[in-house]
Write a protein that binds this ligand. Sequence first.
Ligand SMILES: *Cc1c(COP(=O)(O)O)cnc(C)c1O
Length: 377
Amino acid sequence: MDWMEREKRCILQTYTRLPVVFERGDGCYVYDVNGRKYLDLVAGIAVVALGHSNKHLTDRVKEQLEKLVHISNLYYTVPQIELAEKLKEITGMDRFFFCNSGTEAVEAALKFARKATGRKKFISFTNDFHGRTMGALSVTYKERFRKPFMPLVEPVEFVEFNNADDLEKKVDENTAAVVLELVQGEAGVHPADREFIKALSELREEYGFLIVVDEVQTGFGRTGRWFARDHYALSPDIMTMAKAMGNGFPIGCCAVTDEVASKIEAGDHGSTFGGNPLSCVAALATIEYIEMERLIENSDKMGRYFADRLAESFENVRGLGLMIGFDVDDAPSFVKNCLENGVIVNNTSEKTIRLVPPLIISKEDIDAAVEVMQRIS
Ligand SMILES: *Cc1c(COP(=O)(O)O)cnc(C)c1O
C-alpha cells in the first residue's frame, strides 16, 4: 500500500491534497520520496520565507534545542524577551503576546479588543480570511467555512472590501474593532486601496473603535516591506502575525499598542506553548537572516520582476512584493500541470493562482518558473 492510500485510512479527511509525498527541501527546491526535484513557489503557504533547510536557522535552533525547549509562562525566558524587543523595532507596536498559529493570534486580538474597549461588535470584510477556530472563523467571510459551525461569535458585520461608504454605514459606537487583511491572501491576493484605508483611519477617530490588522500572511517581508501596513499610512491598534514568523516553526503573535496593553490584566489570556524558547529562537533567527541577507529588498525587487514576467502571458497579475495573484481559465488543472512539470503553485479558487515563494528566490528561478507556466498554459 502506498503513502497516499495509508493516509486515507488514518488521517481525518479535512484536506484535499495533491498527489505527491515530500521528503526534504533545500532553498527554493523540495524533493519528493522518489527523489524528484520541484521549484517551490508556495513555500508552505507563505511560511518558508528563508527557503528550506536554512543553515543559520538550523544552527540557532539546534543550539537552543540542546539547551531548553519548553518551560511555560510561569517563568521568564531570555529568547521570548529578546524576540519581543526585536519585534518592537520592526513592527512599530509596543507589546507582544505569543501563541502558536495565525488563528490563535486572531483569537487573542478579538479578546483584547473587547477587553480594551468594553464593546462587543466586530466588523470584517467580504472575502477576508482570519482562521478556522470559532472566534477567527466568526470574522472569516466564506459561507462554506462558517455555516456548519454556527452559532459563531456575535455580533459580526461584513463590509464590502474597499468600499468606504459601506464601512461608514456599518461602524458605530458599539464597534469594538474592525478586523482586516491589507492584502487579502486566501481570497486570491487583493490589496486594499489607499483611500479606503485612509477612510478607515478617519472613522476610527470618530467612533473610537480599534483597528486590527491581520498580517499573518503579509508579515515578515512578504510584500516587499517588513509588514503590509508599511505600504499604507496606517497605525493599527492590534496586529496579528504568524506564517513566516518562525520559517516553519509554529509561532504566532498578537501585538498591541501601549494604550490597548494598559487595559489587559494578568489572567485575561494565556497559552502553555506560546512563546516557548525554541520557537522564539526560530523567530529571532528568521528576522536576523531577513536583515543579514536583505530579503525585504529582494522581495520587492523580485516581486516586481516576477509580476512583469507573468504579465507577458497572464491576466490580472496583481500583488505586492512576492505575494502575487493572477487569473487562468482552469486553475486546478494549471496547478496539476505545473506540478507534473516540477513547479509548485497554489490556486485559491477555480480561476486564481497565488504565488508566495521563498523570499530568497532569484531571477534564474523566476525565469525557469515562467518558462514552465507559459509552456503548459
Ligand atoms: C493563514 C492565515 C490565518 C490563519 O493562520 P493559521 O496559522 O492557519 O491558523 C489567519 N489570517 C490570515 C490573513 C492568514 O493568511
